[in-house]
Ligand binder design. Structure first.
Ligand SMILES: NC(=O)c1ccc[n+]([C@@H]2O[C@H](COP(=O)([O-])OP(=O)(O)OC[C@H]3O[C@@H](n4cnc5c(N)ncnc54)[C@H](O)[C@@H]3O)[C@@H](O)[C@H]2O)c1
Ligand SMILES: CC(=O)N[C@H]1[C@@H](OP(=O)(O)OP(=O)(O)OC[C@H]2O[C@@H](n3ccc(=O)[nH]c3=O)[C@H](O)[C@@H]2O)O[C@H](CO)[C@H](O)[C@@H]1O
Length: 389
């Protein structure tokens, strides 16, 4: 089957990673249906779909179908599969905040594990056996050796969120072993950052960000006062935590490559790939890179280690390089510049358009569309004015 012709159900497609993958799928020519329960994305009351997806349509010039469905609602999920035929599912929907998962483990296991079980059940009943899954470097727990390869030990996770990702991986692996019609790719993402280069799409965390890069971006734009660095006494080159940051656009490309792989004739069973750059960067290095990209100073203070954090985490992604013909192409500079463009144009995320606080986003939209999808200069100048040629 031609991977460009397959119809794809995208769960959680209104979120950060899913929405960027949706753009790539639409650009690839795929028919896309998105389901999302709107628990972590913005939708204006008078709009037919979340703002991220409206922008995905504008960027790609293609249409998608959106349905407000919760994976925990089995009846609603069944009716989606009765209404549409899917060749493949990309499963992004999950709760993902590590700290919150320690406070609400049952909610995390129910949403991420029961939600996935429901999805697999309904797929089974409707005869759709191909799935691309959003897994995480978190399944490796505290690494015993680096870089992490797909065969490195998993399961000694450091938090319940990691437990949900490891459990769902096990379920999928067991399922593939039980029935050879199933074809599943688990993509273990390292640390996705950055934004679509148009400045129209990016990460829009609810409330105060948990993750490093959105936090830094909000300090740079003046929404937050200073960054707290969680520990500078790790056994790393400058004492701060090391992670493998990967540009969201490279990550989204990895999904299109995985789709191609899953529809190869000889593909079968459960397959896992690390998606990262293979390079680790410390927190202090990330601050410096963002300062260079934005021209802003990021004030910070050192505080205690965050519980559940590991010192270092980066991967060997040669398996994805060889088997998916995929390689991360974008640099740390690209990650920071794209993220800064998104943050400046959308200081209040996707909801800014509601209260007129983000006229940049509307302008950017017009320019981007008018220019046929070409990136428009660097977006914003030092006076916070939109750059027009
Ligand atoms: N962002 C990261 O750092 C990271 C790293 C590794 C893996 N992942 C995984 O990638 C996936 C996507 O992450 P993201 O960063 O885009 O998160 P996100 O919160 O931006 O997107 C997830 C989307 O799923 C939806 N959702 C959640 N539970 C749902 C349910 N029960 N039914 C329907 N929709 C539901 C949310 O409303 C949201 O729009 C998740 O599975 C996450 O665990 C993320
Ligand atoms: C190793 C690991 O499990 N990684 C997972 C974890 O990301 P991480 O916990 O690795 O991502 P993060 O962005 O929260 O933290 C990155 C680095 O920045 C540090 N930091 C972060 C925020 C801050 O305000 N100050 C600060 O110093 C943190 O201690 C770490 O060293 O969760 C993500 C989802 O959310 C993904 O699932 C990742 O795969």
């Amino acid at each position: 089957m031609d991977p460009k012709k397959v119809s794809v159900l995208v769960t959680g497609g209104a979120g950060y990673i899913g929405s960027h993958a949706v753009v790539k799928l639409l650009e690839n020519g795929n028919m896309v249906v998105v389901i999302d329960n709107l628990s972590n994305c913005y939708k204006a009351e008078d709009q037919s779909m979340p703002e991220s997806l409206l922008r995905a349509q504008e960027i790609s010039g293609k249409k998608l179908k959106f349905l407000s469905v919760d994976l925990l609602n089995l009846t609603a999920l069944e009716s989606v599969f009765k209404s549409y035929h899917f060749d493949c599912v990309m499963h992004f929907a999950a709760l993902k905040a590590v700290g919150e998962s320690c406070q609400r483990p049952l909610q995390y296991y129910r949403n991420n594990v029961v939600g996935t079980l429901n999805l697999l059940d309904v797929m089974n009943k409707s005869g759709c056996y191909s799935l691309i899954y959003s897994s995480s470097a978190t399944v490796y727990g505290d690494p015993t050796s680096l870089p992490l390869v797909e065969g490195s030990p998993t399961g000694s996770v450091t938090n319940p969120y990691g437990g949900t990702k490891h459990t769902t991986e096990m379920i999928m692996s067991n399922l593939c072993a039980s029935d050879d019609r199933w074809k599943i790719v688990s993509l273990r993402y390292f640390n996705p950052v950055g934004a679509h280069e148009s400045g129209l799409m990016g990460e829009d965390p609810n409330g105060i960000p948990n993750n490093l890069m959105p936090y830094i971006a909000q300090v740079a734009v003046g929404k937050l006062k200073e960054l707290s660095i969680y520990g500078n006494d790790y056994n790393t080159r400058d004492g701060t935590g090391v992670r493998d940051y990967i540009h969201i656009q490279d990550l989204a490309d990895g999904h299109v490559k995985a789709l191609g792989k899953i529809f190869e004739k000889n593909f079968n069973g459960y397959n896992v790939y690390n998606l990262g750059t293979g390079q680790g960067h410390t927190v202090l290095e990330m601050i410096k890179a963002f300062e260079e990209a934005s021209g802003k100073v990021i004030p910070y203070k050192i505080v205690q280690r965050r519980s559940g954090d590991v010192a270092e985490c980066y991967c060997n992604c040669k398996l994805a390089n060889h088997e998916l013909q995929w390689k991360a192409k974008k640099s740390l500079k690209d990650m920071c510049e794209d993220m800064w463009r998104w943050q400046q144009m959308n200081p209040n995320g996707y909801s800014g358009i509601d209260n007129n606080q983000s006229s940049f986003a509307d302008k950017a939209k017009n320019v981007y569309v008018k220019k046929g999808g070409k990136i428009y200069s660097s977006g914003i100048d030092s006076n916070n004015s939109f750059l027009e040629e």
